[in-house]
Design a protein around this ligand. Structure first.
Ligand code: ZN
Length: 233
């Protein structure tokens, strides 16, 4: 759009942190993808074990394409595991599969943050696409037409903030899904001690990417506030 030195100072450092976190999750995942678990459980079997632990019987587990595309869809009640995870007996596969099953458990137990996160998705989508145009139109009209139009800047900033709020709520959701996964993995001996610590490392690295994404979004929000809030006076 236009060059913004604030972007360079405030946002770029967090984008670099985010890239490091992405690299770290890929390398940790690659490392523990090569470590077989002693019981020879596949990702799909491990996810099923988590569902059984929580007494969940209405969630299906299916295979999808891609790498690290694993997810749980609450609308269809389906856990989708990438090919590498579904059939693999690696420590990484068990960790990732159990994490996704952890999300299914969150729904089954009405864990509030995941419900809240999904409820605000439409607002976030609206906010992420329209906030900047609304801010720019507000700044233009406030300068050229009437000061009163600066209310649009405030509305735009609030819409922009919804993206940050989404990323913030994502943190307890992701940490909690991993905590559930590791708890059941240990309690039911899906993995043995050293294997558990490998799965923990994979899920911990994945969690850091969410922390980094939240920081990028916070930095962007601050940049927008600093850049545009002065224009209201
Ligand atoms: Zn997750």
């Amino acid at each position: 759009m236009f060059f913004d030195p604030l972007y360079l100072v405030l946002v770029v450092p967090f984008i670099i942190i985010s890239m490091i976190a992405q690299y770290k999750v890929k390398s940790t995942y690659a490392k523990y993808s090569k470590v077989r678990n002693t019981r020879g459980l596949t990702g799909a079997q491990a996810a099923q074990a988590i569902l059984s632990y929580y007494g969940i019987t209405d969630v299906a587990i299916q295979m999808i394409g891609g790498t690290l595309t694993d997810n749980y869809n609450p609308k269809t009640n389906v856990i989708s595991l990438s090919q590498d995870v579904y059939n693999s007996t690696s420590v990484a596969a068990v960790g990732v599969a159990c994490h996704e099953a952890g999300h299914a458990a969150q729904y089954a137990e009405n864990y509030a943050p995941i419900k809240l996160r999904n409820a605000i998705i439409p607002i976030c989508n609206f906010g992420s696409s329209l906030s900047i145009p609304i801010i720019l139109i507000g700044a233009f009209l406030a300068a050229r037409v009437a000061q009163g139009f600066s209310i649009l800047i405030t509305i735009g900033i609030l819409l922009y903030a919804t993206v940050f709020i989404f990323q913030l709520i994502t943190l307890p959701v992701e940490f909690n899904a991993s905590r559930r996964a590791i708890k059941v993995i240990s309690e039911t001996n899906l993995l043995y001690d050293e294997e558990v610590s490998g799965a923990k490392k994979v899920l911990g690295a994945a969690a850091m990417t969410y922390v980094a994404a939240m920081l990028v979004s916070l930095a962007n929000l601050l940049r927008i506030i600093i850049r545009f809030s002065g224009r209201r006076n």
